[in-house]
Design a protein around this ligand. Structure first.
Ligand code: HEM
Length: 151
């Protein structure tokens, strides 16, 4: 694993990002923008699908918010991967980062499950929405803790 991390860190792209005064902060801002789009869309989406917010039709919420959530997730993935390769060894040795990645995978699978059974509705959709509501903000918190070098 450490060899893979060292190879990633030695790539021209990782070296360029590390040495750049403006590009690395821009990528970091891109990561945060992706997170804002993702979490900002997912929370109202999950509130409507869990039944906690009854005023809005869940189908209307989904058609408006799902594209924002997907765009945010793709942006967070892309920029997150670029941030990762600059210090892959440190991140892979950080339990908070690893916990964050496990939860990102779990929340993404949960979202795929949601899309697959969306038409079924009922208690499964409500449970999936509640799980999502718990996991994405936890990912956000763990991501921030990594920045404080806790782990
Ligand atoms: C595959 C997806 C992702 C990867 C590879 C990734 C990777 C990273 C990396 C390497 C950092 C820099 C940590 C540091 O400060 O040293 C970071 C920061 C962060 N990530 Fe992610 N991340 C991903 C997805 C997400 C998602 C989906 C969220 C939130 C829902 C998130 C939340 C955060 C937060 C809040 C920060 C701190 C940003 C800051 O304060 O500058 N990440 N991420």
């Amino acid at each position: 694993m450490s060899e893979i991390a060292a190879t990633l860190e030695a790539t021209a792209l990782a070296q360029f990002l590390k040495g750049s005064r403006w590009i690395y902060p821009l990528v970091n801002a891109g990561h945060i923008f992706g997170i804002a789009l993702l979490v900002g869309a997912v929370i109202p989406l999950d509130l409507t699908h869990s039944g906690l917010l009854k005023r809005i039709d869940p189908r209307a919420a989904a058609s408006l918010l799902q594209p924002f959530a997907l765009t945010g997730l793709l942006l967070a993935f892309f920029c997150g991967a670029l941030l990762f390769i600059t210090q892959a060894g440190d991140y892979l040795g950080n339990p908070i980062f690893l916990a964050k990645m496990v939860l990102v995978a779990a929340a993404t699978l949960n979202a795929v499950l949601h899309l697959r059974i969306e038409r079924a509705r009922g208690s499964a959709v409500r449970a999936i929405a509640l799980v999502s509501l718990a996991i994405w903000p936890t990912v956000l918190l763990l991501g921030r803790l990594v920045g404080y070098h806790i782990g």
